[in-house]
Design a protein around this ligand. Structure first.
Ligand SMILES: Cc1ncc(COP(=O)(O)O)c(C=O)c1O
Length: 410
């Protein structure tokens, strides 16, 4: 049964669910992508209909598009606490991360050849680092502890006179652990090293003021914050030199060529405006904690929490059902959209790189499931998931006992 998500909730009292037959579909994968807020869709509408002008043109047809792009830039800047001209639109979080890493490297390679990052970054950080490694650069991947947090002392010890950039994610997409970014940025500043953070998962969930964090570059993605897919932004501190990845016209003050999309920029801008109000996160946090409490009551020590117990995104609940397979639970948890943290290949358990970096034991990692809640998750939905989990775990528990997947990878 496949969910057909066609939801544009008007307000917080509507739930992001679908009813198909008698099975109600429940969306608990907000870290993967969020639905577009109705207010965002409404703001974008004119640019889907009759406002088609190229924002760079000098005539009447461009006027509204040009204003819309600049309004959107100001809305993003307001969320990040920066100046409008410090925001560069990109095609999403991946491009923003690529622009930060490669852009800094190509502009500053005379100064050094060393970049520091962590073992738990999103692939859009890890892969550009691997690319730069192939070009002969040196990359240090910092370890994390069992909760997914890096130790700022490790960062301090990794810095060399040749270090040009440090990139530490603000919050991890899988387990939700929030990294000590402020402290890391301070260390970077004291050593004259540029500091970037990937805030794709943290915007709209926790404060992301670039001056409070003390950082030089920060990436965001529209579809993680109730905006559209295909747009993101990179904050670049004023005066910081960065090489562009996409060469062409002089758009984005010469930092990213290509005709700007007033449609997508407006969507991101409106989403950022809404995200300035973190008030709804108190409700989400309470619901997430209630979910965890209910799981503990239901399953006792057979369920454990992954990620940091305190320094964690308010919407994320990453758990392991001990002795069970996460993917099997999800397969059988009918109608519930969530994500597992492991895969079973020919009897071998493949943990996600994040769980591996956290030193998760295979018997714990294999039962990992990420539930990520959002603006429209309700208590009733959580109750339904708990009920379905209880039924599923009895069934899967019996089935899984006979499976090879219980064995350690050899
Ligand atoms: C932490 C993090 N960074 C970057 C990205 C990539 O963003 P996009 O999908 O907009 O390229 C994601 C998306 O999953 C993410 O979770």
């Amino acid at each position: 049964m496949i969910a057909t998500p066609c939801y544009l909730p008007d307000s917080r009292d509507e739930t992001v669910t679908e009813k198909v037959g008698t099975m109600r579909h429940i969306y608990l994968d907000y870290n993967a992508s969020t639905p577009i807020d109705r207010a965002v869709a409404d703001a974008m509408k004119p640019f889907l209909e009759d406002q088609f002008g190229n924002p760079s043109s000098g005539h009447w047809a461009a006027a509204l598009a040009k204003t819309a792009v600049e309004t959107a830039r100001a809305q993003v800047a307001a969320l990040l606490g920066c100046q409008d001209d410090e925001v560069v639109f990109t095609s999403g979080g991946s491009e923003a991360n690529n622009l930060a890493l490669k852009g800094v490297y190509f502009a500053h390679r005379e100064k050094g050849n060393h970049i520091i990052t962590t073992h738990i970054e999103h692939p859009s950080i890890v892969e550009p680092c691997r690319f730069l490694e192939r070009l002969g650069r040196r990359i240090t991947f910092l370890p994390v502890d069992g909760t997914g947090r890096i130790d700022p002392d490790d960062l301090l010890n990794a810095i060399t006179p040749r270090t040009i950039l440090i990139s530490v994610m603000h919050a991890n997409n899988e387990v939700g652990t929030i990294e000590p970014v402020e402290e890391c940025a301070r260390i970077a500043r004291e050593h004259g090293v540029l500091f970037h953070t990937d805030a794709a998962q943290s915007i709209g969930k926790i404060p992301t003021d670039v001056n409070q964090l003390g950082i030089d570059l920060l990436s965001i993605a529209g579809h993680k914050v109730y905006g559209p897919k295909g747009i993101g932004a990179l904050y670049i501190r004023r005066g910081l030199d960065i090489e562009q990845l996409v060469h062409g016209g002089g758009q984005e003050r010469g930092r990213r060529a290509g005709t700007e999309s007033a449609l997508l920029a407006t969507g991101l801008g409106k989403a950022c405006e809404l995200a300035c109000d973190l008030g709804s996160m108190d409700r989400v946090r309470a619901l997430r904690d209630h979910f965890w409490q209910a799981m503990r009551e239901q399953f006792g020590d057979r369920v454990v929490l992954n990620g940091h117990p305190v320094h964690r995104l308010p919407n994320t609940l990453h758990v392991s059902f001990i002795g069970w397979s996460g993917s099997e639970i999800l397969e059988r948890l009918e109608g519930v959209a969530a994500t597992t943290g492991s895969a079973c290949h020919s009897g071998h358990i493949e943990l996600s790189p994040v769980l591996k970096a956290m030193g998760s034991a295979p018997e714990i990692g294999m039962g990992a499931v990420r539930f990520s809640l959002g603006r429209w998750t309700t208590r009733e939905e959580i109750q339904l998931v708990i009920e379905r989990l209880s039924k599923t775990i009895c069934r899967v528990g019996k089935a899984a006992k006979s499976k090879e997947c219980h064995k350690h990878p050899s």
